[in-house]
Design a protein around this ligand. Structure first.
Ligand code: SF4
Ligand code: SF4
Length: 143
């Protein structure tokens, strides 16, 4: 196992490598779902109760509602120039975007996003591990 894989898998506890880069499509700033403890925010009342929790929520404006919940856009996004107007002061969640936690929370990334997530364990690795477990279980039963 190489050192990069070891650090990602066992120290950072990641399941994916993130590759690619931001192409400034702006989708993550203009089609936002807000995920809180119980899941994706679905009503304006739920959202209002969050507004005092973090300044980021005060930047958000409701634009739509779909089968997942409310859809927001960030008022700090400059649509003309495709830039964040508070880039240096943007919240941590924006700095880290897209992170693996997003996938764990069943988040969906825009198809336009320049980043991709690649599993650290390849299909072959998973298959080998499965075969080893089966062999181990069989040996235990045969004994
Ligand atoms: S603060 Fe900036 S980076 Fe974060 S969602 Fe708003 S425009 Fe995008
Ligand atoms: S969706 Fe991806 S490529 Fe588009 S602005 Fe956000 S991080 Fe950048």
């Amino acid at each position: 196992m190489n050192i990069k894989k070891f650090i990602y898998k066992y120290i950072l506890k990641r399941k994916y490598y993130r590759t690619g880069q931001c192409n400034r499509c702006g989708d993550c700033c203009s089609k936002i779902y807000v995920y809180h403890k119980k899941g994706i925010i679905k009503s304006e009342d739920e959202f209002l109760s969050l507004k005092n929790l973090h300044p980021f929520y005060t930047y958000l404006e409701i634009t739509d509602k779909d089968e997942n919940g409310l859809v927001f856009k960030c008022s700090k996004f400059d649509k003309e120039n495709h830039i964040c107007t508070i880039h240096k002061l943007r919240p941590g969640i924006c700095r880290r975007y897209p992170s693996e936690i997003l996938l764990k929370m069943h988040g969906v990334m825009s198809e336009k996003c320049g980043y991709k997530f690649i599993p650290i364990d390849s299909f072959k690795d998973v298959l080998n591990k499965l075969n080893k477990t089966k062999k181990y279980q069989k040996n235990n039963l045969d004994e």
